[in-house]
Design a protein. Structure first.
Ligand SMILES: Nc1ncnc2c1ncn2[C@@H]1O[C@H](COP(=O)(O)OP(=O)(O)OP(=O)(O)O)[C@@H](O)[C@H]1O
Ligand SMILES: [Mg+2]
Length: 409
């Protein structure tokens, strides 16, 4: 026989606490470990007793309630949090979900709502799904052209190659996404389609709507075909989609746009890792500084923000140490400047690992993916030549020449 689900109830309102308790009493296999009239006592009991489910009422104090959800989840990752409230507004639902709540129940809580929510909770607890929530890795820079799409695309593919797990690559550059070009694919469905059917979203719907990349376990959620459709996508849609994707995929890698709009911020809020990309130029470093300041104001955990230097060459005037000193922060990763390999990969629509396996830039992606996923890998260092130094100078010119040749074909 199934173990009873253990539960703690936190609600400052005596009557509604009694109502919810009364409703819960009607279910078999539910064991209420305690009910509390304040968030602090309820939090302490939740940490001490480690219940499977915690009901938190947010009607009285939304901010402290949200903080309590975060704290409980950080101590007990598999705990299922149900939020209750008399006030229902989208912002509060969104904040609760971002904090880690699984369900939002409007008061008075009905038997029907409880029944659905408890079924989901049991499924979540018994399948151990909570242990395997995927990680969201966002690649961000508030400056364009730094290499976000290059990093996101190749990192996503590398993660699936070395972990053998399912990875989803999301193009949140909603106005002018590049991922389909980088991978030379024409998906049948895109993020606007998913948003239009958001109420139907479940695992099979998502998997059948995403574009599977060749024979790999890489799935792509493409940007919408036109600007109007991009505008219709809301921050709530983004939160729902990312929440769903992380339940299905081991890693969700997101290529973001360069601004701090609400959709990008929603994604950054929900991310486990923000790969803050820069190059070693004064303007890029200054922009990075601004991002770090904002992330600090948003109270992001410093561990979550990982500084990535792209296109780095040992001969650059500004060294990694200079960057670390200027930003007062360790550089998490550096990608070598591999202009010809990267441009050739983009122009051909073939990822780096398939066009230049074991080259320095490919190895760098392997090592980064291994570090993030804590996977052992063998690195073949004999596989590719370092590129000529002049490529940095020639880069823009070569790029234009190659593009012209392509278009004149
Ligand atoms: N490691 C690298 N070495 C050399 N060149 C690189 C490297 N990474 C990216 N590039 C070059 O930088 C250019 C911009 O890359 P990418 O399109 O990935 O940047 P982005 O940040 O996504 O740009 P956008 O802001 O337009 O979306 C590409 O043309 C690519 O050739
Ligand atoms: Mg891009």
């Amino acid at each position: 026989m199934a173990q009873p689900l253990t539960l703690i109830l936190i609600d400052s309102n005596f009557d509604s606490r009694g109502n919810t308790k009364g409703a819960l009493d009607q279910f078999n296999h539910i064991k209420v470990l305690g009910d509390y009239d304040n968030l602090v006592a309820g939090y302490e009991a939740s940490v001490r007793e480690k219940p499977g489910i915690v009901f938190i009422d947010l009607t009285e104090n939304e901010d402290l309630g949200i903080e309590t959800i975060e704290k409980i989840i950080s101590k007990n990752k598999t705990c299922v949090i149900f939020v209750t409230s008399e006030i229902v507004d989208t912002n509060l639902v969104l904040r609760s979900m971002r904090a880690g709540a699984r369900e939002f129940l409007t008061k008075p809580v009905t038997i029907e709502d409880l029944s659905v929510a408890l079924k989901k909770a049991r499924n979540f607890i018994e399948t151990g799904e909570g242990d395997s929530l995927g990680q969201i890795i966002s690649v961000f820079s508030n400056k364009g052209g730094i290499g976000k799409t290059t990093i996101a695309t190749n990192l996503a593919l590398k993660l699936t190659e070395i972990t053998n797990k399912r990875v989803c690559l999301v193009d949140l550059n909603l106005q002018i996404g590049d991922i389909t070009t980088f991978l030379d694919i024409s998906p049948s469905f895109d993020i606007a389609y998913i948003c239009a059917h958001i109420s139907r979203i479940d695992e099979s719907f998502l998997l059948s709507s995403l574009e599977k990349y060749k024979n790999k376990d890489l799935y792509v959620l493409a940007d919408p075909p036109n600007v109007e459709q991009a505008e219709e996508i809301s921050a709530d849609d983004i939160a729902s989609i990312l929440g769903m994707l992380r339940e299905i995929f081991a890693y969700v890698v997101v290529d973001t746009s360069s601004g701090f709009d609400i959709k990008t911020l929603t994604c950054l809020d929900m991310s486990d890792h923000i790969m803050l990309a820069s190059i070693v130029s004064l303007t890029a470093i200054r922009n990075c500084q601004r991002c770090l300041e904002l992330f600090q104001r948003l109270e992001y955990n410093p561990e979550k923000v990982k500084l990535i230097i792209n296109r780095y060459s040992q001969d650059d005037e500004i060294s990694v140490e200079d960057v670390e000193e200027a930003l007062d922060r360790k550089v998490y990763w550096t990608f070598p400047n591999s202009y010809f390999t990267v441009v050739s990969s983009i122009n051909k629509g073939i990822p780096i690992s398939q066009i230049a396996r074991d080259s320095p830039i490919d190895n760098s992606f392997t090592e980064l993916a291994a570090k993030l996923s804590e996977t052992e890998v063998y690195i073949n260092k004999s596989g590719g030549e370092e590129e000529e130094e002049e490529e940095g100078f020639l880069a823009p010119i070569m790029n234009s020449i190659k593009s012209l040749k392509l278009f004149n074909k």
